[in-house]
Write a protein that binds this ligand. Structure first.
Ligand code: NDP
Length: 453
């Protein structure tokens, strides 16, 4: 690591204490950018790095709401407007008890590079709340979403900032927030993406992150003249991204043997077929139940609890070819990464954001496996959100095939940009460097063009 980056990271940590995930995300990007900064002193002199880590704006607000007993509850809401050099701020909202400023800053920072890679004109942002939708009634979720949007509405807009879903924010939550925005502003605009089909949503948006991630894995495999046909895959999570990752792996002839939630995971050696996937979708999206119920229904599957205080997660310790982490950040530790390699995994495509720790990333890079980092592999979600914005502006709807073909083309182009940037900067096959560098260059050049703002 250069002296410049060492000093920079020390200053960043001092200035942004208690934000370990943000430090980690910046460190990973800077490790790649070292190669760029050596060749391009103009980025150093324009203080692009100093500017790109500083959000353009951070909004933090009180979200009071009434529960079903009539008691007052208070949560904290956030929106990080990170960078608008190449388009309006764009990125999801996360509702989860773990949400805090540092986690949202890491997500907003990643989003800047990811959105740049999609080829679409979108800046980066992220937001959310420490509200936990789990165990709440529909009415409670609605009252929370209305209160959250009452404040957020004054900061967003179709040409300013266009939020979407993330953990804990799916179609139901987007609907309640859109309704409140429309009521407050008295206008029907594409201010949120992930909307339902009959009021402005795009076909394939729910599927996009999972499908896109599998398309990215296929692109990586094609560099070795291989496909997903017959490959054994480990998938974590059981929410939006995990579900459609499984669906696309099945379409392409692969076999998925695991799924999880925050309590534990199931291992189904026979494979999760379409009927079982339908059961999971109903269990998670309608019944809002736990993944343990899968093993009660399908006796061939084994359920185990996950103890997150242990150094390794048993989900990553099964024989397989591919891994699709699709739950949350830092779910693959250094020990997990070693277990994956030991068990024969040679393709890792990240559906989740930053699911691998810095130690884990190092293990994958040293082993020279096909490792697609989240900001490239899971960019399909935001890409189709961008396509939803376009359809809203044009007031028309594309067909399922049209959106899916565009998604496939975008994932192909992201893969190509990563490969070519990694080659150009002397680290062929390193998708981490490729994604960070390709994503950075477009934003950095736009920032230089637009002056010191
Ligand atoms: P969902 O809320 O639909 O599902 C999240 C899944 O991950 C659930 O199974 C959940 O289990 C599990 N999970 C959440 N937090 C934890 C935790 N701390 N430990 C273990 N398991 C956990 O979210 P998504 O599927 O939308 O998001 C999953 C990941 O993908 C996130 O990292 C998100 O940022 C990323 N992503 C999502 C995009 C999208 O379009 N939705 C786009 C790009 C990235 P439980 O039900 O028990 O909480």
């Amino acid at each position: 690591m250069s002296e410049y980056i060492k000093t920079f990271m020390a200053d960043l940590k001092a200035k942004n204490p208690a934000e370990p995930e943000f430090h980690q995300a910046v460190q990973e990007v800077l490790d790649s950018l070292e190669l760029v900064l050596e060749k391009h002193p103009e980025y150093r002199s324009a203080k692009i790095i100093e500017r790109i880590v500083e959000p353009e704006r951070v909004i933090m607000f009180r979200v009071p709401w009434l529960d079903d007993e009539g008691d007052v509850r208070v949560n904290r809401g956030f929106r990080i407007e990170m960078n608008s050099a190449i388009g309006p701020y764009k990125g999801g909202l996360r509702f989860h008890p773990s949400v805090n400023l540092g986690i949202l800053k890491f997500l907003a920072f990643e989003q800047v590079f990811k959105n740049s890679l999609t080829t679409l004109p979108m800046g980066g942002g992220k937001g959310g709340s420490d509200f936990d939708p789990k165990g709440k009634t529909d009415n409670e979720v609605m009252r929370f979403c209305q209160s959250f949007m009452t404040e957020l509405a004054r900061h967003i807009g179709p040409n300013t900032d266009v939020p979407a879903g993330d953990i804990g924010v799916g179609g139901r939550e987007i609907g309640y927030m859109f309704g409140q925005y429309k009521r407050l502003k008295n206008e029907f605009t594409g201010v949120l993406t992930g909307k339902s089909l009959n009021w402005g949503g795009s076909l394939i948006r729910p599927e996009a992150t999972g499908y896109g991630c599998v398309y990215f894995a296929s692109e990586m495999l094609s560099t070795k003249n291989q496909s997903l046909e017959g490959k054994i895959c480990l998938v974590s999570g059981s929410g939006n991204v995990a579900q459609f990752t499984v669906e696309k792996i099945l379409d392409l002839g692969g076999k998925v043997v695991t799924l999880s939630d925050s309590n534990g995971y199931i291992y189904d050696e026979k494979g999760i077929d379409r009927e079982k996937l339908k059961f999971v979708m109903h269990l998670k999206n309608v019944k809002r139940g736990r993944i343990s119920e899968y093993a009660e229904k399908y006796k061939e599957a084994v359920y185990s609890n996950i103890d997150s205080s242990l150094p390794a997660n048993p989900l990553w310790n099964h024989k397989a070819d591919c891994a699709f982490p699709s739950a949350t950040q830092n779910e693959i530790s250094g020990a997990d990464a070693q277990n994956l390699i030991k068990n024969g995994v040679y393709v890792v495509a990240e559906g989740a954001n930053m699911p691998t720790t810095l130690e884990g990333v190092e293990v994958f890079l040293d082993a020279k496996i096909l490792y697609g980092p989240g900001k490239a592999a899971n960019a399909g979600g935001v890409a189709v959100s961008g396509l939803e914005m376009t359809q809203n502006s044009m007031r028309l709807n594309w067909t399922r095939d049209e959106v899916d073909n565009r998604l496939r083309m975008i994932m192909h182009s992201i893969h190509k940009s990563c490969v070519s940037a990694a080659d150009r900067f002397g680290t062929p096959g390193n998708y981490v460097n490729g994604a960070n560098i390709a994503g950075f260059l477009k934003v950095a050049d736009a920032m230089i063009d637009q002056g010191v703002v």
